[in-house]
Design a protein around this ligand. Structure first.
Ligand code: MLT
Ligand code: MN
Ligand code: ZN
Length: 307
């Protein structure tokens, strides 16, 4: 299976348009060793020809322009993007769907909760019915059903599994402050022929038994790299929000993401959805060196992984 990182930043991207913090200003001026990043999304393919998007970033147009694998290959109109799977209904993960409106009907895989949020609070699905149209493939994750296996025609040899995980529904969701099963999923993609397995969760607030067991079985783990510390946005005077309040597990500390990642057998351990306040963006930072020493990579736009 091939994985293409289209965007590796959290909401706002890096640098964020209105942010003058040391990290954003430093990458703008070139005084910092750091790469700009667009808002997160990855593409997965079994054969390198037909691709499935995992989330659709508001930066999708630019991401496609920079990714030759996703360019049209036959005249007059064509796209190698054959399906989209959504992990949640957050703006930074879904609004790229609007940029697909000139194409064929969107084969969309998401939970009923996410479908509802994108039909009401942020009604992009009804809007798209006036353009390309959307064919919804419900992922039956909700209530007592915490996991669902499914397949996607564009990658017939791969097995997909959605796993309900703790994070946050978006502010326009009726469940923002009372989470329900199906607001957020992780995606497990298995290749039974090669034995390779991807675990993808760009928003993950807590690692419970189910999450840990799925992460332990994966050969590539690509997870929430939003914040290094719980209060880093408050400390930098950027926003009065903790990582926890936004549904993200910080990387540092004894219960942090790094400790768990370091314990996993996976061949590739990759942080994605990096917020512009996170010191790991600075390639010369102590935090980045710590990741290196522990075998943890930081996703960047254009990164390719072959499993
Ligand atoms: C988040 O995951 O908390 C987001 O990146 C917020 C946003 O959409 O800006
Ligand atoms: Mn986000
Ligand atoms: Zn910033």
């Amino acid at each position: 299976m091939k994985i293409l990182v289209l965007g590796s930043a959290a909401g706002g991207g890096y640098p964020q348009w209105n942010c003058n913090c040391a990290l954003c200003a430093g990458v703008r001026s070139g005084s910092l060793q750091a790469r700009p990043r667009t808002q997160s999304s990855i593409a997965v393919s079994q054969d390198g020809q037909r691709w499935v998007l995992l989330n659709a970033s508001p930066d999708l147009g630019q991401q496609i322009r920079h990714s030759p694998s996703l360019h049209p290959r036959s005249a007059p109109r064509h796209t190698p993007i054959e399906a989209v799977v959504l992990m949640d209904a957050q703006i930074d993960h879904v609004t790229g769907l609007l940029s697909l409106r000139e194409g064929p009907p969107i084969e969309l895989y998401c939970t009923p909760c996410v479908f509802e949020d994108l039909s009401a609070g942020l009604p992009i699905l009804p809007t798209l019915q006036h353009y390309c149209g959307v064919r919804w493939h419900p992922l039956p994750v909700g209530d007592a059903d915490v996991t669902a296996e499914f397949h996607i025609d564009a990658a017939p040899a791969l097995r997909f599994r959605a796993l309900a995980i703790p994070s946050k529904a978006p502010p326009y969701s009726p469940h923002r402050n009372n989470p329900v099963v199906g607001d957020n999923i992780a995606l497990v993609v298995d290749d039974p022929v090669t034995g390779e397995c991807l675990f993808y969760a760009p928003g993950l607030a807590q690692i419970g038994e189910h999450e840990l067991s799925a992460m332990q079985s994966a050969t590539c783990v690509m997870v929430d790299g939003t914040f290094w510390t719980d209060d880093e946005m408050i400390a930098a005077g950027l926003a009065p929000k903790t990582a926890k309040a936004l549904g993200h597990l910080p990387q540092s500390g004894p219960q942090g993401m790094v400790t768990t990642l370091a314990s996993l057998p996976a061949r590739r351990k990759v942080l994605i959805h990096i917020n512009n306040s996170n010191p790991i963006l600075d390639e010369d930072s102590d935090q980045r060196r710590e990741l290196q020493a522990r075998g943890i990579e930081v996703a960047h736009d254009g990164m390719e992984i072959e499993l």
